[in-house]
Design a protein around this ligand. Structure first.
Ligand code: GAL
Length: 367
């Protein structure tokens, strides 16, 4: 081979070699360019503004990332998958340094996350796990199964059931609601609650009046309160002619509000309302709890969740190792995603004051 051609071939080999090295780095731990340090823009992709919690999540993260020295680009997907994908694509094109994503549909982001991965942009799954991709680096959430357990346990305790036992003489009618089928959290909430409820369903101390006991029969697309209200209207009219509903497992405050509207339309008032659980300590639900309508919610402090996401992001971008406390439970089908899980807290009328004491709401807001 003439010298010049040989030199060119060698250069090509070296180039391919170094590209491969970069590619390997891009998949390994050192893709975060620790020398780059703070600064640059963090993309925050939130699902919807229709629920106040996500507004708070976005605001809290934007504030905290800014304080830590980053610019932020906060986008809401209006619960439409195609919007969220377009927003993420845009963030990648703009060269944002980190993406924090609360997915609308956990399984619909595989392609766009691959693009982030190829561009060397780290991704944090926020509250909801992104499925089917190795491009998710970390997961910040609450102990989701525990949330379901708190809801199930509340229902059982509030109905006054002691141990599961046959022939106890107790028999309460309940109905079951689950979250959105495309949200990975849904099955954790459901499984946690059913772990507590199933023994009582077996003894007959609890009876699902509609017989709709499978998660697939109980899901609520996009966690929509109106959809839950329609289903509850239907369940009441078809199954509760001559008996009453004593309890409703609701996984989320927006669903609880829909369920309560259906119950009120069917004539349930005040003390006749069943025990209704919830999640997120949304203002409308906390007020409803104080009024004696919704019975319980599960408080997940979005400020603390934001803090974890910022801790993880800042560590990733400055070459440090994010703190995690769970490396076993959140398998997204491609990898077990290292997670930091926070503890949820059950709230009912007896302790809504906690939300004021913690500065989550002002006393005035709860009036
Ligand atoms: C879930 C989240 C819940 C609730 C629900 C509806 O993913 O974990 O806390 O907010 O979405 O928005």
């Amino acid at each position: 081979m003439p010298t010049r051609r040989r030199a060119a071939a060698l250069a090509a080999v070296l180039l391919i070699g170094s590209l491969t090295a970069c590619g390997q780095e891009a998949r390994g731990g050192s893709r975060y360019k620790p020398e780059a340090g703070k600064g640059g823009t963090v993309g925050l992709a939130m699902p919807t503004k229709s629920s106040e919690r996500w507004i708070a999540d976005g605001k809290n993260m934007a504030e905290q990332f800014r304080k830590a020295g980053y610019k932020t680009d906060l986008q809401y997907g209006d619960d439409k998958v195609e919007n969220q994908v377009a927003q993420l694509e845009n963030m990648i094109t703009k060269g944002h340094r980190l993406l924090v994503v609360a997915a609308i549909d956990g399984s619909a982001l595989t392609d766009v996350i691959r693009r982030a991965q190829d561009a060397g942009i780290p991704v944090i799954s926020y509250d909801r796990l992104i499925m089917g991709t190795s491009g998710v680096d970390y997961y910040a959430s609450f102990d989701n199964e525990r949330v379901g357990e708190l809801q199930g346990r509340y229902l059982v305790d509030k109905l006054g059931l002691k141990k599961p036992e046959k022939d106890s003489g107790d028999s309460y009618n309940i109905e079951l609601f689950a979250g959105s089928p495309d949200d990975n959290n849904t099955k954790y909430f459901w499984n946690g609650a059913m772990k507590v409820l199933t023994p009582y369903l077996k003894t007959g101390q609890l009876v699902v009046g509609s017989k709709q006991t499978k998660m697939s029969q109980a899901t609520t697309l996009r966690w929509d309160g109106g959809t839950a209200q329609k289903r509850m209207d239907d369940l009441i009219s078809k199954n509760y002619g001559d008996r009453k509903v004593d309890g409703v497992l609701s996984p989320y405050d927006g669903i609880s509000i829909g369920v309560i509207s259906a119950l009120k339309s069917a004539g349930y008032r005040g003390k006749e309302l069943p025990v209704v659980t919830g999640q997120d300590a949304e203002l409308a639900s906390v007020k409803s709890i104080n009024r004696g309508e919704q019975t319980q919610t599960v408080f997940k402090d979005t400020r603390k969740l934001a803090k974890q996401a910022v801790q993880m992001g800042n560590a990733l971008l400055t070459g440090k190792k994010p703190k995690v406390n769970n490396t076993t439970d959140y398998d997204n089908g491609k990898k077990v995603v290292p997670a930091y899980l926070l503890e949820p807290v059950s709230v009912d009328k007896s302790n809504t004051q906690l939300l004021v004491d913690e500065g989550y709401f002002t006393a005035g807001q709860l009036k």
